[in-house]
Write a protein that binds this ligand. Structure first.
Ligand SMILES: NC(=O)c1ccc[n+]([C@@H]2O[C@H](COP(=O)([O-])OP(=O)(O)OC[C@H]3O[C@@H](n4cnc5c(N)ncnc54)[C@H](OP(=O)(O)O)[C@@H]3O)[C@@H](O)[C@H]2O)c1
Length: 333
């Protein structure tokens, strides 16, 4: 047991001291997530409101995005019960049935105002499992915290999910440090490790570096999963003030779009130094280098293939420092 995280080591020793069955150690194993470098986000699979599903892309395109990602070695899919009102989970279930590759699947519980008791957590997971056509998921996450449903009760619901064998590990999303520690402690009392906290993290959104969340996650062995790692397409370099992204992203990013040209230019130059890496590959490699797990969304095979090219190479420390400095200037303006 040398070289393992102290919390895991403690649990291993505790289990052996009390002769707890080995199955409970296996259930609480979260290290697999530390080894995952890149995932595929599945919000795009069915969402019409933000991503205009059905306009310019559809089921076949996201299926190809899935297949291309798998072919390139991506083995982690992030979905949620609310994506496409269940369509994302249903598509994931279909795609997973058609491959014999072992794919890790993560989904999420949304604390909707009419289900705020601990029993609603396993009950929602049961419905997700039906859509996914699986008996278990690898990671079940609370999508957002809410004042209406205490973190302790949510986690008790999660403990029930683990005990029933419906999820291998437990995660949270959009939790700040205090909320995360509350989740961590409640699970810890039940001999379960908190596996992950999924939060917004990109070269254009670096709160987790500044407010200490990333450092705290590393300290506790909680994997920080980075959502919107391409800043919803902005970091690919294809959008400009004259050519803004469609839908509500246009309004949301109107101000930021006018400022990012120096960053995109520098990303492009750095990408050239690495044999012509694209801006999205640089953006994702930057996150991996920070010690987080990016889960870019892709609407089609070409985007998925390009994003998978973030693996297998590494930005230098000087390049990371340069990107940090330019991004600091943009965000602080
Ligand atoms: N937990 C949460 O609260 C939360 C919140 C947000 C997201 N997420 C998760 O994180 C995942 C990723 O975040 P995200 O979808 O918000 O944003 P993202 O990954 O930063 O951006 C994805 C979008 O960028 C564009 N794109 C992706 N790869 C590209 C490429 N190689 N070349 C050109 N364009 C490319 C596509 O849109 P266009 O082609 O239309 O530009 C794609 O839909 C989601 O799918 C979801 O699983 C979770």
């Amino acid at each position: 047991m040398t070289g393992h995280h102290p919390v895991l080591l403690l649990r291993y020793n505790e289990c052996h001291a009390s002769e707890e069955p080995l199955s409970s150690i296996v259930n609480n194993e979260t290290r697999f997530l530390q080894a995952v470098e890149l995932g595929l986000g599945a919000w795009q699979w069915g969402d019409r409101y933000v991503w205009q599903y059905g306009q310019g892309y559809g089921d076949d395109d996201v299926h190809q995005a899935f297949l291309s990602s798998i072919a390139e070695g991506v083995r982690f899919i992030d979905t949620a019960e609310i994506y496409g009102s269940g369509r994302s989970e249903r598509l994931a279930g279909r795609f997973l049935k058609e491959t014999d590759q072992p794919i890790l699947i993560a989904t999420k519980f949304f604390p909707l105002p009419w289900r705020l008791t601990k029993n609603s957590v396993p009950s929602a997971l049961k419905t997700s499992l039906e859509r996914l056509q699986r008996e278990t998921v690898d990671l079940y996450q609370i999508h957002w915290p809410t004042r209406l449903f205490s973190i302790e009760s949510m986690m008790e619901g999660m403990v029930e999910c683990v005990n029933r064998g419906w999820t291998r590990t437990v995660g949270v999303s959009n939790f700040n440090q205090i909320q995360m520690i509350r989740a961590y402690s409640t699970l810890e009392r039940n001999s379960i490790s908190l596996a992950s906290n999924q939060v917004h993290f990109s070269l254009l959104h670096r709160d987790v570096e500044r407010n200490g969340l990333l450092a705290r996650c590393k300290e506790l062995g909680v994997r920080l999963i980075a959502y919107s790692p391409l800043e919803m397409g902005l970091l690919t370099g294809k959008y400009t003030p004259k050519n803004p992204p469609p839908g509500n992203r246009g309004g949301r990013y109107a101000n930021l779009l006018g400022k990012i040209e120096p960053l995109l230019k520098s990303m492009n130059e750095i990408g050239q130094e690495h044999g012509g890496k694209s801006n999205s590959q640089v953006a994702l490699n930057w996150i991996i280098g920070k010690g987080a797990l990016p889960i870019p969304g892709a609407k089609n095979a070409a985007q998925a293939l390009q994003n998978a090219g973030a693996l297998g190479w590494k930005l230098t420390e000087a390049e990371v420092a340069k990107l940090d400095e330019i991004s600091d200037r943009i965000v602080q303006e």
